[in-house]
Design a protein around this ligand. Structure first.
Ligand code: C2E
Ligand code: MG
Ligand code: MG
Ligand code: MG
Length: 277
């Protein structure tokens, strides 16, 4: 309820749509203040085994606890955070908090996935900084997966490949996020050291329409390709039992979506485990 209120109030000053320079500058100022006052919080969405339902890991998703406007979603502020470059500092804060919270609350065999904006991958020292973060927080590299989008590859696919390769060597995994929506070129798939491919929710949602749709064919083809390349697959945005059943039948490995669990503060997952849910 408070979330709805927050969103309504926010419409008076809409960031996404920051239509003019004043709005953008005001929001940038607020983002800086939010950093100073530590108003960003990772929410965690479980990633489960499709066949069996065990929680294998969590994706960290940023939220902004705004003192006046309530809980803000990435769509409300991420664009401006990226355009202003502030996303870099914000992300490093998010990464640090996410590692700490996972270590503190989740069981030892779960992994953490972090969304890495394309800007990070332009820095030659991204992987070094990430390794330092792992050392500082104590999260074993094998428990970390970085999520990149196809867009991040456009810029300089060779540099991204090299960075992901250096991370792979120390045990950090890489996932290709929103697969199928971008500039999918199958040629780079096998050249990237990917552990996981995430099928975009757009395809998953189409599965409700039945087995004889083009989406079913596309998902089956993605699964076959991933299997051939020895890459695991997470289906994103599962909302219905029909989608879950279809994906299980097609042999997809992992599932994520509102049907299984919404992004929530880490303590929520602890409580639901204690309650035997
Ligand atoms: P994404 O990485 O593809 O994350 C999945 C988005 O789908 C999340 O939206 C999640 O809340 C939402 N989602 C999950 N399950 C369902 C479902 O069953 N149905 C529907 N309709 N949606 C579902 P969210 O949290 O708003 O994040 C949006 C995007 O913002 C993310 O897309 C990611 O690209 C970006 N993002 C989120 N957190 C961070 C962050 O800390 N740093 C950076 N750089 N980007 C982030
Ligand atoms: Mg993601
Ligand atoms: Mg995604
Ligand atoms: Mg996305």
């Amino acid at each position: 309820r408070s979330k709805e209120l927050g969103r309504k109030r926010f419409e008076l000053f809409d960031a996404t749509l920051a239509k003019n320079v004043i709005d953008v500058l005001a929001l940038e100022g607020e983002l800086r203040k939010a950093l100073q006052h530590d108003q960003f919080e990772p929410y965690f969405q479980p990633i489960c085994q499709l066949d069996g339902g065990r929680v294998l890991g969590y994706e960290a998703l940023i939220r902004w606890n705004h003192p006046l406007r309530g809980l803000l979603q990435p769509a409300d502020f991420l664009r401006i955070a990226e355009d202003s470059g502030l996303i870099e500092v914000i992300d490093w804060r998010m990464f640090e908090l996410s590692c700490q919270l996972l270590l503190q609350y989740a069981s030892d065999d779960t992994f953490l996935t972090l969304n890495v904006s394309a800007l990070h991958l332009r820095h030659a020292d991204f992987d070094t900084r990430l390794i330092q973060l792992l050392e500082r927080t104590g999260l074993p590299p094998s428990r970390l997966v970085v999520e990149v989008t196809e867009g991040a590859l456009l810029d300089n696919p060779e540099r991204v490949r090299a960075t992901l390769e250096r991370l792979r060597v120390i045990g950090v995994g890489a996932a290709l996020d929103d697969f199928g929506t971008g500039y999918s070129s199958l040629s780079y798939l096998h050249s990237l050291p990917l552990r996981i491919l995430k099928i975009d929710r757009a395809f998953v949602q189409e599965l409700d329409k039945g087995a004889n749709t083009s989406s079913t064919t596309v998902v089956a083809a993605i699964l076959a390709l991933a299997r051939a390349l020895n890459i695991q697959v997470i289906a994103e945005g599962i909302e219905t039992e029909i989608q879950r059943a279809a994906l299980t039948a097609m042999g997809c490995d992992m599932a994520q979506g509102y049907l299984i669990g919404r992004p929530s503060p880490i303590a929520f997952w602890l409580e639901s485990r204690a309650a035997g849910a």
